[in-house]
Design a protein around this ligand. Structure first.
Ligand code: S3P
Length: 430
């Protein structure tokens, strides 16, 4: 709570930068590398707190993971059945992805384990994974009837299921697929809208035979996974702060290299372009089964738009910073179908409305989103991160267009996903 940052307005903004590795892909590289046969090398791994929680959990289950001076990981895979029972509780810190995906993986292990997390994670809903995993034969108990961590998992014999998830959630889908790796037979997951598909892509990259279905996926159990070289692209969710920073700064021109542009994640680009943002994708290529590009972005006049439906899961982590773009756009932006924002690291709808409101933005909360009326300029104020990395970084971007300085409290949380955010922000400010 003690850490805070003062951010002042930017006259201009520019440069040629890279953002740290993708958080979702970094988690999955450790998980699949650990249960594959042979060695996996991970280049561009995100050395943030969330991913370190996953790393520590797999080391605690007997996986040898070395790191060289350049931050490249070498994982000595132990095969599908090579994990060992941890001798202590596994601490997922702030990381929902660690906890929910591990629930799936641990369901298939013939040992006992307990998952916990920080005060924020222990408030987040877990039934969404516990319910399908219990249907698959896992025994998972937790506080509030399995809704809250700590969660105790008595893993073992897993049955395949065909699961129709009520929410578009990559964490739910991935948890069921990770358990399905240990089932004899075909595990299917259907979701109302397509959520990020990094698990699917990486499973097949490691040798599984996952098939895409209409509205879902099917995974044959007990595949042979073979260790691979993984090139983790820059995280589009981290690039998003710099995309918006450049768009709202007149005259800005910024090149962000090597950003993952997987279509299940690139909703932020579609949204900002629909608002009139000048973003060009250069040198599109594929690395380790994931699409990558360099993004050239220039200061633009933004207009309000309506956002909902399929676009929401494709930009689910970007709504805090999208609301900053909307707060400075001409006209009204409405965000609908985004009730999931209420159960992220914090209730992001409430946090955005209260904190952007303090900066003079005109934001109104709705049960499933927000309505934002653009203004010319924001005001200086003292604001709170709510312990949420993406709220903290979004407020820093908003501060670039504030008349006077903005003090952001409780900023240590940015280390979960973007350890060098503050220095990179200073670097691009001119
Ligand atoms: C993630 C999935 C999303 C996202 C989170 C990372 C993942 O969560 O918000 O930051 O890596 O699978 P949900 O599955 O809850 O939508």
């Amino acid at each position: 709570m003690s850490e805070y940052r003062i951010v002042t307005g930017a006259r201009s903004l520019g440069g040629d930068i890279r953002v740290p590795g993708d958080k979702s892909i970094s988690h999955r590289s450790i998980m699949f590398g650990s249960i594959a046969e042979g060695t996996t090398k991970v280049h561009g791994f995100l050395h943030g707190e969330d991913n370190h929680a996953t790393l520590a959990a797999f080391r605690a289950m007997g996986v040898e993971i070395a790191e060289d001076a350049a931050g490249v990981l070498t994982i000595l895979g132990r095969g599908l059945d090579g994990l060992r029972e941890p001798t202590d509780v596994l601490d997922c810190g702030n990381s929902g992805t660690t906890m929910r995906l591990m629930c799936g993986l641990l369901s298939g292990q013939r040992f006992f384990s307990v998952l916990t997390g920080d005060q924020y994670l222990r408030r987040r809903p877990m039934k969404r994974v516990v319910k399908p995993l219990n249907e698959m034969g896992a025994r998972i108990l937790g506080r509030h009837g399995g809704e809250r961590a700590p969660l105790a998992i008595d893993g073992g014999a897993i049955r395949p299921i065909s699961y129709r998830s009520p929410i578009a959630s990559a964490q739910v889908k991935s948890a069921v697929l990770l358990a399905g790796l240990y089932a004899d037979g075909l595990t299917e997951v259907f979701e109302p809208h397509l959520s990020r598909d990094h698990s699917e892509r990486m499973l097949n990259y490691f040798g599984a035979d996952l098939q895409r279905l209409d509205g879902g996926v099917a995974l044959p159990g007990r595949p042979r996974l073979i260790g691979r070289e993984v090139q983790v692209p820059g995280d589009i969710s981290s690039a998003a702060f710099f995309l918006v920073a450049a768009l709202i700064t007149p005259g800005a021109e910024l090149l962000i290299r090597n950003v993952g542009v997987n279509p299940t994640r690139s909703g932020i680009i579609d949204i900002l372009q629909a608002m009139g943002g000048d973003i060009v994708l250069q040198d599109q290529r594929t690395r380790s089964g994931e699409p990558v590009a360099d993004l050239l972005v220039r200061g633009s006049d933004l207009q309000g738009i309506e956002i909902g439906g399929d676009l929401v899961p494709r930009a689910i982590d970007e709504f805090p910073v999208i609301s900053v773009a909307a707060a400075l756009a001409r006209g009204t932006t409405t965000i609908a179908d985004a009730e999931e924002l209420r159960v992220k690291e914090t209730d992001r709808i409430a946090a955005i409305c209260s904190e952007l409101g303090k900066l003079g933005a005109r934001v109104e909360a709705r049960p499933d989103g927000m309505m934002i009326e653009g203004v010319e300029e924001l005001a200086g104020a003292e604001v709170e991160s709510h312990g949420d990395h993406r709220i903290a970084m979004s407020l820093a971007v908003a501060a670039l267009r504030a008349k006077s300085e903005v003090r952001i409290n409780d900023t240590g949380c940015t280390a979960t996903s973007f350890p060098n955010f503050w220095s990179l922000l200073e670097q691009v400010k001119q």
